[in-house]
Design a protein around this ligand. Structure first.
Ligand SMILES: Cc1cc2nc3c(=O)[nH]c(=O)nc-3n(C[C@H](O)[C@H](O)[C@H](O)COP(=O)(O)OP(=O)(O)OC[C@H]3O[C@@H](n4cnc5c(N)ncnc54)[C@H](O)[C@@H]3O)c2cc1C
Ligand code: SF4
Length: 447
C-alpha cells in the first residue's frame, strides 16, 4: 500500500476535463471537501501560444518528426505548438486485437483534459436522439428524455458561454445562446440556397467561444487557433473556468500528475473509500481517502480504472455485474464524407492577417426527421460541419511571376464534412422492413 496524503476528503473527483471540472465546481461550491486527482500536470498560462507565429518555434511547425517521435498516435490532433499537452504514446502504450484496430487519440495530460484543445462545437440532443429506438426500432432508448436534461443544458450553456443562432428546428433544440458569430458571404449564399432548394438548415456553428464578456472572460478576438490556449479565456476550457472556480472556494485540493489505477472499497459498507494512484513524477504509489469517488477520467480511462479495481467481492471489476463493462464502445463518425465547391462569381478580397473566426457552419440533421420522410436505405441521421471563405489561391500551379499573379487570384469555397452516430453492429443480419423497422432482437442490415 502506498503513502497516504494524510487528509480525508468527502469526495474524490478523478479527472479535470469537461465532466470532472463540473463535478468539482458543483461539489466544492456546495461546501463539500473535494480532492481533484488528475493524471495531468498543471496547465500554465505562459504556455498559451495562440498568438505565436510559426517562425518563433524551433522547427517552425514544419517538422512532423518532433511530434511523431513521442506521440505517433496523438499526432492526429497535435502539432509542435501543443504536443506536450498530450499523452506520450511511448510511455502510455495500449494493445488491440489485430482485427480490431483502434486509434486512441485525444489523450490529454494537463489540467482541463480535452477541453484544452477541443473543437468547442456545442449541440443539444433532442428526443430524436434520446428516444431514437422508439422512432425507428433500432437499439435501445436512453432512460432519460430531453425534458429531463433541458434545464441542465440551460445552466451549462449560460456558464460556458455558447454563441449560436436560434433556428426553431426540433432536431437540434435551441439553447441559451450568446449572440451568434457572423456568416461569411459565401456561407450566407450557401445557407439561402440550401434552404431554398433542399429545405435544410445551415446554421452558424454553436460554439463555446464568447461573443460577450462573461465572468471576467473577454469576448473572442478571432485570432483563430484556440487549441493552443487563450490568454483572454474566451473559449471554454475547464482549467480556467470550472476547475478555477472550484479551487477558489478553498474546498478543493488539486492533486496533479496523479495516475489513478484503482478505486478502493470499504467491504463493510460496500462503498468506495478512496483511490490508489501512481505519482507520475516520483513513480510512488499513493492513496487518497474519501467517502465517495466520482470517475471523470475520460470514457476509456474510467472503464480501465473500474476493471483494475477488481477485488474479492467484485472479481470482474467494479460496476460490472453485467459483464459488459468495456464492451460495445461506440464512437461517432468524424468528417465521414463531404464535399467542397467553389463560388467563382462571388467577389472576394482576401487579406493576410485578417480576422480568423474560430467556428464554422452546421447543417442540421435532415434525414429521418421526426415529421419528415423516412429513408428506406438509411437509418438515423447526421449533420455536416464546414465553412466557407475567400482566400488567396494557394493551390495555384507554376512558378515565377505567373505563379505570383495566380496566387493573388482569390478563390471562394464552401466545404462540408459529415458527423454522425455510429450504430451498433449486431450479429445476425435481417433485411430491413420499412416502417417501423422491426429489428429488435434480430440483426438488421443498413447499407
Ligand atoms: C481535438 C478534439 C476536438 C473535439 N471537439 C469537440 C467538439 O467540437 N464538440 C464536442 O462536444 N466535443 C469535442 N471533443 C470531445 C470532448 O473534448 C470530450 O467529449 C470531453 O472533453 C470529454 O470530457 P471528459 O471529462 O470525459 O474527458 P476529458 O475532458 O478528456 O478529461 C479527462 C481527464 O481525466 C484525466 N485522466 C485520464 N486518465 C486518468 C487517470 N487514470 N487518473 C487520473 N486522471 C486521469 C485526464 O488527465 C483529463 O484531465 C473533442 C475532442 C478532441 C480531442
Ligand atoms: S480565437 Fe478567440 S477563443 Fe480562440 S484563442 Fe483566439 S481569442 Fe481565444
Amino acid at each position: 500500500m502506498g503513502a497516504k496524503t494524510g487528509e480525508n476528503f468527502d469526495i474524490i473527483v478523478v479527472g479535470s476535463g469537461a465532466s470532472g471540472g463540473w463535478a468539482c465546481k458543483k461539489l466544492s461550491e456546495a461546501g463539500v471537501k473535494v480532492a481533484l486527482v488528475d493524471a495531468g500536470r498543471p496547465l500554465l498560462e505562459s504556455e498559451f501560444s495562440e498568438h505565436k507565429p510559426d517562425f518563433e518555434l524551433k522547427y517552425r511547425n514544419r517538422a512532423p518528426e518532433v511530434v511523431t517521435r513521442t506521440r505517433p498516435i496523438q499526432k492526429l490532433f497535435c502539432d509542435e505548438f501543443n504536443y506536450q499537452w498530450f499523452a506520450n504514446d511511448l510511455e502510455e502504450p495500449y494493445t488491440i486485437p489485430a482485427n480490431m484496430p483502434f486509434t486512441w487519440v485525444g489523450r490529454l495530460r494537463v489540467t482541463g483534459g480535452r477541453t484544452v484543445v477541443w473543437g468547442r462545437q456545442s449541440y443539444r440532443f433532442s428526443d430524436l436522439d434520446f428516444k431514437a429506438a422508439s422512432h425507428d426500432g433500432y437499439g435501445e432508448d436512453w432512460p432519460i428524455s430531453y425534458a429531463d436534461l433541458a434545464r441542465y443544458y440551460d445552466q451549462v450553456e449560460e456558464y460556458v458561454g455558447v454563441s449560436g443562432l436560434a433556428e426553431g428546428v426540433p432536431e437540434l433544440p435551441d439553447g441559451r445562446f450568446q449572440p451568434p458569430m457572423a456568416f461569411t458571404c459565401a456561407e450566407t449564399l450557401f445557407r439561402n440556397r440550401v434552404k431554398q432548394k433542399l429545405g435544410w438548415t445551415a446554421t452558424i456553428g454553436r460554439t463555446a467561444n464568447l461573443t460577450r464578456p462573461l465572468n471576467g472572460r473577454a469576448p473572442c478576438h478571432y485570432c483563430g487557433p484556440c487549441h493552443r490556449g487563450c490568454v483572454t479565456h474566451s473559449y471554454f476550457n475547464s482549467a480556467f473556468t470550472t476547475v478555477a472556480d472550484a479551487l477558489k472556494t478553498g474546498n478543493c485540493t488539486h492533486v496533479p500528475n496523479a495516475m489513478v489505477y484503482k478505486v478502493l472499497m470499504n467491504a463493510e459498507t460496500n462503498r468506495a473509500a478512496g483511490v490508489l494512484y501512481v505519482d507520475r513524477n516520483t513513480r510512488e504509489v499513493k492513496e487518497v481517502r474519501a467517502r465517495g469517488v466520482v470517475l471523470c477520467a475520460q470514457a476509456l480511462e474510467s472503464v480501465r480504472i473500474l476493471l483494475n479495481s477488481a477485488n474479492r467481492q467484485y472479481p470482474t471489476g467494479l460496476a460490472n455485474s453485467s459483464g459488459v463493462l468495456g464492451h460495445y464502445l461506440m464512437d461517432h463518425i468524424w468528417v465521414g464524407g463531404g464535399a467542397t465547391g467553389e463560388f467563382p462569381d462571388l467577389p472576394a478580397e482576401p487579406t493576410l492577417n485578417g480576422p480568423n473566426r474560430p467556428n464554422g457552419i452546421y447543417i442540421i440533421r435532415f434525414r429521418n426527421t421526426a415529421s419528415g420522410q423516412r429513408s428506406k436505405n438509411f437509418l438515423r441521421g447526421y449533420g455536416f460541419q464546414g465553412g466557407g471563405s475567400s482566400n488567396f489561391n494557394f493551390k495555384a500551379l507554376g512558378y515565377g511571376e505567373a505563379f505570383k499573379q495566380a496566387v493573388m487570384q482569390p478563390v471562394t469555397t464552401v466545404g462540408m464534412g459529415g458527423f454522425g452516430e455510429c450504430l451498433a453492429n449486431w450479429d445476425n443480419y435481417v433485411e430491413l422492413d420499412p416502417h417501423p423497422y422491426e429489428v429488435r432482437g434480430k440483426r438488421a442490415r443498413y447499407d
